[in-house]
Design a protein around this ligand. Structure first.
Ligand SMILES: [Cu+2]
Length: 126
């Protein structure tokens, strides 16, 4: 009985704290943490972006994302763009469609409610 309880507790702990994939990036005094509950795959990926400025969550911002892979021999450049939807507490959700494995450049375009613009860059590898 007690053993079962421990197993269930461990399951909940891993569900609530375990991002399967996570990456941080910053520009000026804006920091973004990009994470996914599941490992990145070829196809559609749901991403969570947490934005902070000097340790304060950035809310009510316009957030857009772009994933792209430059042209390779025998393959044109690929791109996936989208808007991220605010969830409160500086959290924004979006999804990107990644058509092939490899390293994708990932950019986050933030326009704060005061109208300041930031571009943060990182990469997605799968
Ligand atoms: Cu490619």
């Amino acid at each position: 009985m007690k053993f079962k309880f421990i197993l269930i507790s461990m399951l909940f702990a891993s569900l609530s704290f375990g991002a399967a994939w996570e990456q941080s990036t910053s520009s000026q005094n804006v920091k973004a943490v990009v994470s996914s509950d599941k490992p990145l795959i070829v196809g559609n990926n749901a991403l969570m972006i947490t934005l902070n400025q000097q340790n304060m969550p950035i809310d009510n911002a316009g957030v857009e994302v772009k994933a792209f892979m430059p042209a390779m021999p025998g393959m044109p450049a690929m791109e996936s763009k989208g808007k991220a939807v605010a969830q409160g507490h500086g959290i924004y959700k979006t999804s990107v469609n990644l058509d092939m494995g490899g390293t994708w450049q990932f950019q986050i375009f933030v326009t704060t409610k005061e109208g300041k613009k930031y571009r943060l860059k990182t990469s997605l590898s799968l």
